[in-house]
Design a binder for this molecule. Sequence first.
Ligand SMILES: Cc1cc2nc3c(=O)[nH]c(=O)nc-3n(C[C@H](O)[C@H](O)[C@H](O)COP(=O)(O)OP(=O)(O)OC[C@H]3O[C@@H](n4cnc5c(N)ncnc54)[C@H](O)[C@@H]3O)c2cc1C
Length: 505
Amino acid sequence: MTASTDIRRIIIVGGGTAGWMAACYLSRFLKRTDSDITLVESPSIKTIGVGEATLPGLVRFIRNMGFDEREFMRDCKATYKLGIKFKDWIRKEQDYWHPFGVCGGIIDGMDLFHFWIKANRQHDESYSDYSLQALIAENARSPCSTEDVSHIMETGAYAFHLDAAAFANYLKGKAVSAGVKHILAEVEHVPVNEKGEIIQIETDSGQKHTADLYIDCTGFRGLLISRALAIPFTEWSDYLLCNRAVALSFETDKVMHPNTCATALDAGWSWQIPLSDRLGCGYVYSNAHKDDAAAVAELMEFMSDHHAVNQEPQFLSMAVGHRQQFWTGNCLALGLAAGFLEPLESTGIHFIQYGLETFMDYFPDRKLERSLIDAYNDRMKIAYEESRDFIMLHYLLSQREDTLFWQNCRSVKIPPSLQKLLSLYDEAGILEGLKAGVFPDTSYFHILSGGERFPRRPLPMVNVSDQDKVTQVFENIKIANIAMMKPLPNHKKWIELLNNKQGSR
Ligand SMILES: Cc1cc2nc3c(=O)[nH]c(=O)nc-3n(C[C@H](O)[C@H](O)[C@H](O)COP(=O)(O)OP(=O)(O)OC[C@H]3O[C@@H](n4cnc5c(N)ncnc54)[C@H](O)[C@@H]3O)c2cc1C
C-alpha cells in the first residue's frame, strides 16, 4: 500500500452519541496517519438522550480512549450498572437477574451453570444466587471501593447508566481538543455518482464538503445511507412487537441500586435507569396494543410513588431492524442510522462501539476493497441477528396470559437461528454457533434459567469432575461473594461523593 491511497479525509454527519464516539475513536486510532476528521452536526435537530444503560464493553472504550473514568462519570451523570433486574416478566411478582461477569466461577473449564443443573439446584435457588454482581446490586453497594480497587473494577465486569446527550457533549470536548473539526450546519443535499458513492455533502449555508469516507450518524433518519444511497431496511416487526417508547424523568430513589430495572407492563415493559441527578424512566410498548395516551397513563400509575421531574413525555417511534448494508462504497452507517433493537439489553451504544472496532479491523484505503466491505457487513449482520434472538428469548419465556400483548409475544415467528440455539440448549445446556459474542454464554444461562427453561440433562462432561470438589466450590462461592461485597460502600453515597468532587483525584 502506498501512502497516496490512504484515507485522508473523513466526514461524520451527526453529533449524537454515534457521531462523537466515532470522532473520538477515529481521531485516536488514526492520529499517526495524518487524517483530517470533520463532524457536521445540525444545530436544530435534537439528539436522543433518554437515560441510557450500557454494556461492559464501554469500560474498555473509556479506558482505550484514555479518559478518566471519574471525570467521565461526573460529566455524563453516570452511575454504575452491574446488570438488569427483570420484574414481572415470567409471571407477576416474580423477578430474575441478568448480572454481568462470570457467575461464581468456571470448574474444569466449564461454566458453573452445568454443575448447577447436574446438582438439581434450580429447585431451591437461582443460578444468579452465585453472581457477585447480583449480590452487590441487591445490597445497593458500589462496585468501586474507597481504596479504588475491587474484583469487579479489576475485571471490568461492570457498565454504566448515563445521559446520552451529556455523553455526546463530553465526547465532543475530547474530540475537538484532539483536532476534530466541528461544523454546525444542516446537511441538505448528498449527491451520489453512478457507482453508488457519495460525491459531497451540501449544507444549508451553501457549503460543499468532500471526503474519502463519509460516516452517517444522523440517527433514525439515515440521511446518507437511506435517503441518499437508498439502502433498504431489514425490518423485524414480525419478531419483536414493541415499536414505540415514551420517556420521562423522576426524582432519584432514596436507595440507588447499581442496576437497571426492566418491569413488564401491559403492552411492553418499563425501564428505570438511575442517573446521578434523576431516575430515567420510560415505557417501550407496542402501539398495536396500547395507544400513546394509555401508555403514559399506565406509566404514571406504575410510577405513582415517584415525583416526576419533567412532566412533558417524550414519544419516540422505533424502527426495529437494520440496514441491509451497514457499509456501502464510501459510506459507513453507525448508531441509529445503522439499525436499532429495543433497548431491553442495552445494545444501542454497544453497537456503535462494536461497529467502530470492527471497522478498524477492516479499515480500507481509498480503493474501498469490496471484500473488506462484505466482511464488515457480514459481521455486523450476525451481531444484530444474535442480539435480536437474545432479546426475543425474554418474551418467548414469559408465561403471562393477562393481556393480549403477552399472548401475542409468544406466537411470533421464531428465526431458524434461535430454533437451532434452543434445541441444543434444551438437550444438554449446549450453546453453539454464537459468533459475535455480544453476550457471553453466562448471559444466556441467566435469561434461560431465569425464564424457567432448563436443559433435559446436564452437559455430559460434568460427570467427569470430582463431585466432592464441586460441592465445596458451590459453598465457597457464596462465602467469597459475601466477603467481597461487605467492604464496598453504599452506591448512592459513592455517587454523591463523586459528584461533590470529594471523590475526585
Ligand atoms: C427509547 C430509546 C431508549 C434507548 N435506550 C438505550 C439504552 O438504554 N442503551 C443504549 O445503549 N442505547 C439506547 N438507545 C439508543 C441510543 O440512544 C442511541 O443508540 C444513541 O444515543 C446513538 O444515537 P445516534 O447518535 O445514532 O442518533 P441521534 O442521537 O438521533 O443523533 C443524530 C444526530 O444527527 C444529526 N442530524 C440529523 N440530521 C442531520 C442533518 N440533515 N444534518 C446534520 N446533522 C443531522 C442530529 O442533529 C444529531 O446530532 C435508546 C434509544 C431509544 C429510542
